[in-house]
Ligand binder design. Structure first.
Ligand SMILES: C[S@@+](CC[C@H](N)C(=O)[O-])C[C@H]1O[C@@H](n2cnc3c(N)ncnc32)[C@H](O)[C@@H]1O
Length: 372
């Protein structure tokens, strides 16, 4: 996905029949994809001020509001929508409370955020709603999720929900996500991805193969995000001992193997410290994916972990997406969080297209009125 020039993106969304507000917008993965589909996003709301630069720079026309969603009431959100448009309330509440990577450990406050999303749905009754989260939310039948779906149904929405594979939507990454679309205008469905078969999936080689090669600790002077973390001497020895293209710790000499891997339970963590495959999608990008020991985050052939830029490309952000002001010292942790937490823009674009299609199917004009 190439970053669309500002003017072109503004032109695309100017006459959109749909006006959206993105709760929990982060760096704007969801907003960017919705805009690419032709939806006008008026504002993104996020408690993290650090996301402002990325959100504003890449999403022309959308305001960034540094607000705590839990502390806001319906009128503040209501007035953000363009009058007369069909309204979409979009949101991807923090997924850490439900994620298997954190064993579902989150504070009660985190869980409340989805309830807050439900509170705005009930109070504003937007014509359309879109939500994305980790599959565990549905798989574990979590109460907060069932409450959210219950709110939509009570309010008369038609609700579609599905666990999707992001690689089916052109994202070069194996990532399962729960998506939900809801409509008060009529039936709505979640689109099948266009890339159903492994031979069609975008690969690591296709998105990062042409980037400047780097050694551990080295950076690309032309791109502040293409910088490899510095490995300790032992980890450097480990990655050198990991065969290219998909190798893991199972190939290491005995002295490099970690105590936890020696236990019988450790054998199941086969991908940790592994290298990605060139000709497959990458693994799920997490907030810590530039650390070699945090998953299969080794470069397919260079002796290092992937860089923030590589992670962003595997999330399907365009190469020119800016995450941090160039004149400021890069906060790697904050940018890693924004990238790992994002809704992949290509998935978001497919969801945006489905929202638009649902509006056109029921014959609604851009004034938000049923066509006669
Ligand atoms: C999963 S991320 C959203 C990613 C974003 N939709 C994207 O596609 O880039 C969740 C976001 O919720 C934000 N957040 C957490 N607590 C919040 C709160 N109380 N109010 C507003 N935003 C909050 C976090 O800062 C984080 O950016």
């Amino acid at each position: 996905m190439q970053r669309m020039p500002r003017e072109r993106l503004l032109e695309l969304v100017e006459d959109s029949p749909i006006s959206a507000v993105d709760l929990f917008c982060g760096a704007g993965g969801l907003t960017y994809g919705l805009m690419q589909a032709g939806i006008r996003v008026e504002a993104g709301i996020d408690i993290a001020e650090q996301a402002r630069h990325a959100y504003r720079t890449n999403n022309p026309g959308a305001k960034f509001l540094c607000w705590d969603v839990a502390g806001k009431y319906c009128p503040s959100i209501s007035k953000l929508f363009r009058p007369g448009s069909i309204r979409v309330l979009a949101g991807c509440a923090p997924c850490q409370p439900f994620s298997k990577l954190t064993n579902g450990n989150g504070t009660h406050e985190d869980w409340n955020l989805l309830d807050n999303f439900g509170r705005f749905v009930r109070g504003l009754l937007p014509e359309l709603v879109t939500m994305e989260n980790v599959p565990e939310l549905e798989e574990r039948g979590s109460e907060v999720y069932l409450r959210f779906v219950g709110t939509l149904e009570e309010c008369g929405y038609s609700v579609a929900r599905k666990i999707v594979h992001c690689e089916h939507y052109g994202v070069p990454q194996s990532r399962r996500r729960l998506v939900l679309l809801a409509s008060r205008l009529g039936e709505i469905s979640i689109p099948e991805g266009r890339y159903r078969f492994p031979s069609q999936w975008k690969t690591v080689r296709q998105v990062i193969g042409a980037l400047r090669p780097l050694a551990s600790g080295e950076g690309d002077p032309d791109d502040p995000l293409h910088v490899a973390s510095l490995l300790s001497p032992t980890n450097l020895e480990r990655i050198r001992a990991t065969p290219r293209d998909g190798g893991t710790w199972k190939h290491w000499p005995e002295h490099l193997i970690l105590p936890c891997h020696r236990k019988s339970t450790g054998k199941t963590y086969s991908s940790i410290y592994g290298r990605m495959w060139w000709d497959k999608p990458g693994p799920t990008m997490t907030t810590l994916c530039t650390g070699l020991g945090n998953g299969r985050f080794g470069h397919p052939e260079q002796d290092r972990a992937i860089t923030l830029r590589e992670a962003a490309l595997m999330q399907s952000f365009p190469p020119a997406y800016e995450f941090w002001p160039r004149e400021q010292k890069l906060n790697r942790k904050a940018v890693g969080r924004m990238i790992g937490n994002a809704v992949p823009p290509k998935l978001a674009k497919a969801l945006g297209e489905a929202l638009l299609a649902s509006v056109l199917t029921v014959g609604v004009t851009h004034q938000g009125q049923e066509a006669s």
